[in-house]
Design a protein around this ligand. Structure first.
Ligand code: PXG
Length: 436
């Protein structure tokens, strides 16, 4: 039995539970760029929560929209019924999505968006009479959430290896992280040819067996890996040539993170489907979505019209409160010009990050949009320990960062000001100096 109010009952996700419970880090409120802790300390949020609070914390318009909605229509069945805001938000999303991506399927998370996109890809080929296309291709070091489809196409070893045989018929492209690209600002020069590995997989398996390729345009979770110049274009060319669908997992890169609505816009490459979540509701209410092309959507719209076209969906697909949060979030991004703001800040953000290259143990710095990574030399025989120490020390010094392996990853709210950028730089310099 647990004592009431002790910390043991909550089995925390992706957390060193014993370490946390011995020395808890409790957040109790937030506003704008800052969290407050239970000891009334202010912590500068350099990660937008978990890459999701793009407009900053507790923005009044979003808070009010959620409060109003929950009092007006708390829940509406998602199957065979509708409510106006679900349609309005879908139209707004289609309007900011790349040309041709016009149809929105709602989920509650990025993980569910990934499962949904993979299932749509398989069902699409079946609907087109190409049911032999069942193979899915992901990429090494890819993160596509934690459900079975996502970890199967994903390439983060710790997320896969204790979970059994996973989904069959999956293969992986090589990741795009090359040592000769170290210290690059923005997209690296070398590595476009890594996309040609897809031709090898096509030759190996046969194009007629491959349904889809899924990649993050910028790999986030694994520690910020940028697409080499020309790489995504090449992937698009090869997938199109072989009738393979291309899915961009934009759970992190969507909603202004790279200075455009989606990374697809930033890189000028349009996939067949985009998965998104996080910034869709500014992190307030769980929500994800798949934005699919008309070509895909329309392939399902046949047969007798009283029949369900796609046997998929969630109790909470497009709940009123999530849609209200999404609409108010999109209003906030638009009214405050936050995607453009990210473009304007990108260089100054990069200057701060690359200014830390001379610090001890730093072996690479990478950036794009308002994303940054500082890679540390791992401690001999104790990988991840040095970065974890940096995380703990930064928190003590009033700065929230994320670490993955020995990489510090940052993704501040898009409302960040120069003074915050300076403060992040100064605090990190102190943290890196004090590291073993
Ligand atoms: N795809 C991508 C590209 C993601 O980054 C997911 C899918 C899954 O989303 P959900 O909503 O199911 O968590 C993600 C999530 C980190 C971090 O610190 C990254 C994520 C989640 C939590 C922490 O890198 N990415």
């Amino acid at each position: 039995m647990n004592a009431p109010n002790d910390l043991s009952a909550f089995w925390m996700p992706f957390t060193a539970n014993r370490q946390f419970k011995a020395a808890p880090r409790m957040l109790t409120s937030a506003e704008g760029m800052f969290y407050r802790t239970d000891t009334d300390r202010e912590v500068l949020d350099a990660t937008a929560g978990l890459w999701c609070v793009n407009a900053g914390h507790c923005r009044p318009k979003i808070v009010e929209a959620v409060q109003r909605q929950v009092a007006e229509l708390d829940y509406a069945p998602a199957f065979q019924m509708g409510h106006p805001k679900a349609f309005e938000l879908a139209s707004r999303l289609a309007a900011i999505a790349p040309e041709g991506l016009d149809h929105v399927f709602y989920t509650n998370s990025g993980s569910e968006a990934v499962e949904t996109a993979l299932k749509i890809a398989l069902a699409y080929h079946k609907a087109k009479g190409q049911g032999g296309r069942t193979r899915l291709i992901g990429r090494e070091r890819g993160y596509h959430g934690v459900n079975f489809g996502g970890i199967s196409v994903g390439g983060i070893v710790n997320n896969r290896r204790v979970f059994g045989p996973l989904v069959p018929g999956v293969d992986h492209l090589p990741h795009t992280h090359l040592p000769q690209n170290a210290w690059t600002r923005g997209q690296p020069e070398h590595g476009a040819d890594l996309a040609d590995d897809l031709e090898r997989l096509v030759a190996l398996h046969g194009a007629e067996t491959i349904a889809a390729v899924i990649v993050e345009p910028v790999a986030g979770s694994t520690g910020v890996l940028l697409p080499p110049k020309g790489y995504l274009e090449r992937l698009r060319e090869i997938t199109r040539k072989h009738g393979i669908l291309l899915i961009f997992d934009e759970v992190i890169t969507g909603f202004g993170r790279v200075g455009a609505p989606f990374a697809a816009d930033r890189f000028g490459v349009t996939p067949d489907m985009i998965t998104c979540a996080k910034g869709l509701t500014n992190g307030t209410i769980p929500m994800g979505a798949v934005i699919a092309s008309s070509e895909i959507h329309d392939a399902f719209m046949n047969g007798p019209d009283h029949l369900i076209e796609l046997f998929h969906g969630y109790t909470y697909s497009g709940t009123p409160v999530a849609c209200a949060a999404g609409l108010a979030t999109l209003d906030t991004y638009r009214d405050e010009g936050l995607f453009e703001r990210t473009q304007e800040l990108e260089d100054r953000w990069a200057d701060m990050l690359h200014g830390l290259r001379d610090c001890r143990n730093v072996i690479d710095v990478r950036n794009i949009g308002l994303i940054g990574a500082i890679e540390l030399q791992p401690m001999e025989g104790q990988p991840t320990k040095r970065a974890f120490q940096a995380f703990l020390d930064a928190f003590e010094k009033g700065l929230m960062i994320r670490t993955t392996g020995d990489i510090i990853a940052m993704s501040p709210p898009l409302i960040i000001e120069q003074e915050h950028i300076d403060r992040i730089g100064e605090t990190l310099r102190g943290v890196l100096k004090a590291l073993d």
